[in-house]
Design a protein around this ligand. Structure first.
Ligand SMILES: [Zn+2]
Length: 291
C-alpha cells in the first residue's frame, strides 16, 4: 500500500492506511480479491474531494471521520476504494447503466457499515438513503445514453437501495454469493462490460425466478411500489400490491408480532387487533394506500 501524502499530514497517513487495510478485507469478503493485487493499493492526497483512479485513489477528505458504532468511518476513502471493484473491474457497457458502478459501489459503502457497525447501523444507513431518493428521472433511461443525461443523484442512492431491496427479496444465502459472482466471473469483469440486463439475468437465474418486474419498476420507472391496505373487519386487513406483476416478501407487524408474508396483486388477509405496520425496517421504496 502506497500513500502519497502531503508532508504536513504525514502523521495521519499511517492511520488512514489502517482504515484502508480494513476496507480491503471487507471489500474482499463481499467482492473477491482486490483486483490489482499485482500492482498496488494506492492513495494520493489531492486538493479536490476524490476520484476512483485505478490503483491510485485521489483522496481529499482531509482525514475527517464519522463514528459508526465506536469505529472511525471515512466515507470518501471507502467509496472511492470500492470503485476498484465497481467501475475499474466491473464496468458498465455504456453510461445508460452507470448505476451498476455508482449504485453498487454505494451499496458497498453500506456493507462496510454493516461490518463495522452491525445490522442496525446498516438499516439506519439504508433508511436515510431511502429518504434521499429524488425519483425525478429513472435510473435506467434506455441505452447508449451520455453521462450528462445519466448522471444524477439517484444512480447512487436509489441504485444502492435497490441492492438492499434485492438482498431482502432473495435472502442473504443467495444474494451475497450472486453479488460476488458479478464481481468475479470472467464474463462480467476486466475487459468485459455489463448492462442492467446482464445483472438482472444473473440475479434472476440465481434466485430461480424472474426478477425482471422488480428491476423494471425500481430501475426503469420513478414509481414506488404501491400497496393497498384495507381494513375489512374489526381484526382483518386486506393487503394487495397494485403496480407489480410479481409475488414479493414483506415484513408485517401485527398484534401477534413480526412475520414475513408474501404479497402480490392477489389480495391476502392478515389478522391483527392493532393496525398492521408494513415493511417497518424499510426494504422497499413504497407508497402504502390506506383505504
Ligand atoms: Zn462513486
Amino acid at each position: 500500500m502506497d500513500f502519497y501524502v502531503l508532508e504536513e499530514n504525514e502523521d495521519k497517513a499511517m492511520y488512514e492506511l489502517d482504515l484502508m487495510a480494513n476496507a480491503t478485507r471487507i471489500l474482499e469478503k463481499y467482492f473477491g480479491e482486490y483486483p490489482w493485487a499485482k500492482e498496488k493499493i494506492g492513495l494520493c492526497e489531492t486538493p479536490h474531494l476524490g476520484m476512483e483512479h485505478q490503483t491510485l485513489i485521489a483522496y481529499g477528505n482531509k482525514f475527517k471521520y464519522t463514528k459508526v458504532g465506536n469505529q472511525d468511518f471515512d466515507w470518501l476513502l471507502v467509496h472511492e476504494f470500492g470503485h476498484e471493484w465497481w467501475a475499474n473491474k466491473v464496468t458498465n457497457r455504456d453510461w445508460a447503466h452507470m448505476w451498476i458502478q455508482e449504485g453498487i459501489c454505494t451499496f458497498a459503502d453500506a456493507l462496510h457499515i454493516l461490518e463495522i457497525g452491525g445490522e442496525q447501523e446498516y438499516l439506519k444507513r439504508m433508511q436515510s438513503t431511502a429518504r434521499g431518493v429524488q425519483n425525478k428521472l429513472p435510473i435506467v433511461q434506455g441505452d447508449e445514453i451520455d453521462t450528462d443525461q445519466t448522471y444524477h443523484g439517484d444512480i447512487y442512492g436509489k441504485g444502492a437501495f435497490f441492492m438492499h431491496t434485492l438482498r431482502y427479496i432473495m435472502g442473504d444465502e443467495i444474494f451475497f454469493p450472486t453479488l460476488k459472482r458479478l464481481a468475479t466471473e470472467p464474463q462480467y469483469v476486466y475487459e468485459n462490460t455489463v448492462t442492467t440486463d446482464d445483472v438482472e439475468k444473473l440475479f434472476s437465474t440465481a434466485y430461480g425466478k424472474s426478477l425482471k418486474p422488480v428491476f423494471d419498476l425500481f430501475l426503469r420507472t420513478t414509481d414506488k411500489l404501491e400497496i393497498s391496505l384495507k381494513q375489512t373487519k374489526e381484526d382483518k386487513y386486506r393487503v394487495q400490491v397494485l403496480n407489480l406483476d410479481d409475488e414479493i416478501p414483506m415484513d408485517v407487524v401485527t398484534s401477534s408480532g413480526k412475520q414475513k408474508i408474501i404479497i402480490s396483486k392477489t389480495p391476502v388477509t392478515i389478522t391483527s387487533t392493532t393496525f398492521p405496520i408494513l415493511d417497518q425496517d424499510v426494504y422497499y421504496l413504497k407508497k402504502i394506500i390506506v383505504e
